[in-house]
Design a protein around this ligand. Structure first.
Ligand SMILES: [Zn+2]
Length: 306
């Protein structure tokens, strides 16, 4: 591990746990920055000046940044210090998966020609990012790591609640009502984190389509049926054939997977309540659920799950 520490760093046990996670995935030589200035560091490495961790249902503990043909794992020290060493090991094993996929070029980069319309490309990219998370989590499952916290039933219920709240807030925001592009961008941000969440959730439930959901509360079940429902078997079927991040995929197979992943995201997006379609040289973004349907969602969104 090539380590840079910026700030208070981690304990020796924490550092050993990081090394163990990287080694388990065959990435013992990874470049790692442990920093108390997580957001600034990620922004500096990616030149994404808008990057923030204030989205979705969980705090961001690490992010692997790919820049100048090199992968760097940036660890959020403030979050990592609060975690037991087992979590830190798992975290670094997960990030090692991102390094692997990046080094083999198995992401959407350079594959814009796979689809024609801009909106299809947006969905393909969402699907590709979720696919990465799924493949990495399958590697971790194979290595005997425990289920990710985000894939547990309580986290799944909380994520569904956040999903509903964010989607309804986006719809009710007057600035979005006046500007469809702004609305589509807000929904895309929510769709992006939620589809990753589903990928995590699926990774420890493949082949268990029904049983994996048995633990949902009545409220969770309502949210699930409303937002995921009949799209779930299709996603599981797609993911069932996907190799883990430890195994490479040939070009033709990968292109096919990425196209299908984009189609799965189109299906999820219509469950969320929206649809893109081609219009002239551009595209439209429209709500596809009724006002009455939205009213039931708003009612659920305004009361926290128990
Ligand atoms: Zn990840």
């Amino acid at each position: 591990m090539r380590l840079t520490v910026d700030g208070r760093g981690l304990t020796d046990d924490g550092l050993d746990a990081m090394k163990a996670g990287l080694s388990a995935m065959g990435q013992a030589e990874a470049t790692v920055i442990v920093t108390d200035r997580f957001v600034d560091t990620v922004r500096g490495l990616t030149s994404q000046t808008e990057y923030s961790t204030a989205r979705g249902s969980g705090e961001v503990a690490a992010r692997t940044v790919h820049a100048n043909n090199e992968s760097t794992v940036v660890v959020n020290a403030e979050v990592a210090r609060m975690r037991p060493t087992g979590d830190i090991e798992r975290l670094l094993a997960h990030e090692a998966g991102h390094i692997q996929l990046n080094e083999r070029g198995e992401g959407p980069e350079g594959r814009r020609n796979l689809v024609s319309a801009e909106w299809e490309w947006l969905l393909l990219c969402v699907g590709a990012l979720a696919l990465d998370e799924f493949r990495i989590e399958r590697s971790l499952a194979g290595l005997g790591y425990p289920i990710a916290e985000t894939a547990t039933i309580p986290s799944a219920e909380l994520a569904l609640h956040h999903l509903n709240v964010e989607v309804m807030e986006a719809l009710l925001d007057p600035a979005n009502a006046a500007d469809p592009r702004r609305l589509s961008e807000a929904i895309a941000r929510t769709h992006d984190w939620y589809s990753k969440h589903l990928a995590y959730f699926a990774a420890f439930r493949s082949g268990l389509a029904g049983t994996g959901l048995a633990g949902l509360s009545a409220r969770g079940k309502q949210d699930w049926d409303d937002y995921v429902g009949d799209t779930w078997p299709g996603r599981l079927e797609l993911y069932a054939s996907v190799p883990t991040s430890l195994e490479s995929i040939n070009e033709a197979g990968l292109n096919d997977l990425l196209r299908q992943a984009g189609q799965q995201e189109a299906a999820l997006l219509s469950k969320i309540g929206f649809r893109y379609s081609t219009q002239g040289n551009g595209y439209s973004f429209k709500r596809v659920i009724t006002d009455a349907h939205c009213a039931t969602r708003i009612q659920r969104a305004s009361s926290r799950p128990r």
